[in-house]
Design a binder for this molecule. Structure first.
Ligand code: ZN
Length: 84
């Protein structure tokens, strides 16, 4: 689904990874956080998680996954510097 925002960009489906709305999809303009634009498209696609416990667990899992990805990148960089 393509919707043209008031700023001229196409809105797209994105996923929020904030602490309050982890893994929650929304339709939004790429510039909706920019106060200098005339963006008028932001709409949640998913219902909120049922309670704070779920929000906290999903957010923690997201942080663990992100840390694991960063560690993997570091290990890969270290391995690429090893000369055989
Ligand atoms: Zn916009």
């Amino acid at each position: 689904m393509n919707i043209l925002c008031g700023c001229g960009e196409l809105a797209r489906c994105q996923t929020s990874w904030t602490e309050n709305n982890p893994a929650r999809r929304f339709l939004g303009c790429p510039n909706f956080m920019d106060p200098t634009t005339n963006c008028n498209i932001f709409q949640w696609a998913d219902a909120p998680l049922p309670n704070h416990w779920y929000q906290a667990r999903i957010y923690e899992l997201h942080l663990h996954m992100r840390n694991a990805q960063e560690q993997l990148i570091q290990v890969n960089n270290q391995n690429s510097q090893i000369l055989f």
